[in-house]
Design a protein around this ligand. Structure first.
Ligand SMILES: [Zn+2]
Length: 423
C-alpha cells in the first residue's frame, strides 16, 4: 500500500508520455473499467465492478494525454515501473449533476459508469480525480491493474451493425455509434428510418458537414421487449433494452439511461468513440454529458436541433448557453470561478476563453441588440442563470432551438475534438 501511495505521488512529478509511445505501453485493444459512483453532497466514492477486455482501440494514439479538461472527472493512468503518466481522459457524469440537486443533500445516489483505456501491456496504476463546481480536485480512488493477473472478462458479439456513414479507418476517425432504445421487433422499419434520419442531421450540420472524411457513423440493431420509453410522470413504464427514462433527476424532459454497463456491452459490437441513444418516443426530450453519452427522442419537430445540441455537450464539453429553464441544479457556476466549459465565461479568466477570437472593438460585455447580431461578443446570460455568466453569441445552437447554428466558439471546439479523435 505504501509503495502504491509513493508511486502515485511520484506520478505527479514526472514528464508526460510522448505520442510515439503508444506501442511501448499499450496493445491494440480496449480495457473497459466498470464501476459504481456513489455518494451525496460532499461525499463520494468509487466501487470497482468489473474489468472487460474489449475490441480494438479506436481512440486517439497521438494525444494519449488529453490536451484540455472539460469534464468534472479525470482518469489518469501511470506505468507502474517508470511512474510515467501514460494516459489521461476527462469526462462528466450523471453523478456530478445529481450532487448539485436538493435531493442529494440527504439521499445517497448510486450510478453506473465506464471508462475506456487502451489495454496496457504491463501493470498500471490508475486514479480517479473528481473536481467540484469550484474546480477543487479530490482524488477519490486509486488502484492497480495487472493484465497478467487480474481477472478480465470478454464480450460476446450479438448484434447486427448498420453502417450509416463511412469517412475512413475507425482508428483515424471520430466514431459515432447509435444505440436504439424502446424499439420492439415490430418497429424495425422505424428504427432503420430514424438511424438514417439522425445520421443525416449530423452530416448536414456545420462543422460536421465539412469534415465527413474524418467521421464514421454506425448503428446497432438492438430490439427491446416493448415499444416506447418509460415516462414516470405519465405513469408509463416500459421494458426496454437500455431502460432509458424521462424525468431523470426529477426534470420532466431529461431523458437518461441508467444502465451504463449494458450500454457499453452492446456498444462493443461496433467501433465507437461516442454513443448516442435514440429513444422511440414522441415526447420532446434528451440529455448529453461530456464524454459520457447523449440521448434524443425520435419524433418531434425539434429532433434535428436536439441531436446536434446534445452532441455539443457529449463531444465537445459545451455548456448550455440558455438561461431560462427549469434545470434543478444549484450553484452550477459559482461566483468568482471560471467555468470549464469552453463556451461560457464569468469573465474571471476570460483571456483563456474566446477573447483572442474577438474583434478588439467589440465591447465587453456586449449588448444583446440588433447591432451585434452575428458578432462574437460577451453576452450576459448563460449556464442556467441570467446574470454573472456570459455566452459568446446571441442565438447559438447551444442556446436556442435552432439547427445548424453553432457559434464560432462552439464550432472551433467541435473541430478541435474531431481532430483529437482523428490523430
Ligand atoms: Zn455556442
Amino acid at each position: 500500500m505504501k509503495k502504491l501511495i509513493l508511486l502515485i505521488l511520484l506520478g505527479i512529478l514526472i514528464l508526460p508520455i510522448k505520442a510515439q509511445h503508444f506501442d511501448q505501453y499499450f496493445m491494440d485493444q480496449t480495457l473497459k473499467l466498470e464501476y459504481y459512483h456513489i455518494g451525496k453532497k460532499g461525499e463520494e466514492k468509487i466501487e470497482i465492478h468489473t474489468f472487460f477486455k474489449g475490441g480494438e482501440w479506436n481512440g486517439t494514439r497521438n494525444q494519449l494525454l488529453e490536451p484540455t479538461r472539460y469534464g468534472d472527472m479525470l482518469i489518469e493512468v501511470f506505468d507502474s515501473i517508470s511512474n510515467t503518466l501514460i494516459y489521461s481522459r476527462s469526462y462528466s457524469c450523471l453523478f456530478g449533476e445529481y450532487v448539485a440537486t436538493e435531493k442529494a443533500d440527504t439521499l445517497e445516489g448510486k450510478f453506473e459508469e465506464v471508462v475506456l483505456i487502451p489495454f496496457p501491456k504491463n501493470t498500471i496504476i490508475y486514479r480517479f480525480t473528481s473536481f467540484n463546481r469550484k474546480q477543487i480536485p479530490t482524488i477519490i480512488y486509486s488502484g492497480s491493474f495487472n493484465p497478467k493477473e487480474t481477472q478480465t472478462l470478454s464480450y460476446t458479439k450479438e448484434y447486427k451493425v448498420k453502417k450509416l456513414h463511412k469517412g475512413g479507418d475507425p482508428k483515424n476517425c471520430l466514431d459515432i455509434l447509435f444505440i436504439p432504445d424502446g424499439y420492439s421487433e415490430n418497429d424495425k422499419q422505424q428504427m432503420a428510418y430514424d438511424m438514417k434520419k439522425f445520421a443525416s442531421y449530423i452530416m448536414e450540420c456545420s462543422p460536421f458537414s465539412e469534415h465527413l472524411d474524418q467521421i464514421n457513423i454506425n448503428g446497432i440493431e438492438a430490439y427491446s421487449y416493448e415499444s416506447g420509453i418509460t415516462d414516470p410522470n405519465a405513469n408509463v413504464y416500459k421494458n426496454t433494452v437500455l431502460n432509458c427514462s424521462y424525468n431523470s433527476l426529477d426534470l420532466d424532459r431529461y431523458l437518461m439511461c441508467l444502465n451504463v454497463f449494458k450500454m457499453h456491452n452492446i456498444a462493443e459490437d461496433a467501433p465507437y468513440d461516442i454513443i448516442i441513444i435514440i429513444c422511440n418516443s414522441p415526447k420532446y426530450g434528451g440529455g448529453g454529458i461530456y464524454n459520457f453519452y447523449c440521448t434524443v427522442n425520435n419524433k418531434g419537430e425539434y429532433s434535428d436541433y436536439v441531436i446536434v445540441h446534445e452532441l455539443g455537450h457529449l463531444l465537445a464539453g459545451l455548456g448550455d448557453e440558455y438561461y431560462t429553464s427549469d434545470v434543478s441544479v444549484r450553484d452550477y457556476y459559482p461566483e468568482g470561478i471560471e467555468p470549464i466549459e469552453p463556451n461560457l465565461t464569468t469573465l474571471v479568466a476570460f483571456e483563456k476563453k474566446w477573447k483572442q477570437q474577438m474583434d478588439p472593438e467589440t465591447p465587453i460585455p456586449t449588448l444583446d441588440t440588433k447591432q451585434y447580431n452575428k458578432v462574437l461578443g460577451v453576452y450576459q446570460g448563460g449556464g442556467y442563470v441570467a446574470e454573472g455568466v456570459y455566452r459568446p453569441w446571441q442565438n447559438c445552437t447551444m442556446k436556442e432551438k435552432l439547427y445548424n447554428n453553432f457559434c464560432p466558439v462552439c464550432t472551433k471546439t467541435i473541430l478541435e475534438t474531431i481532430q483529437y479523435y482523428s490523430k
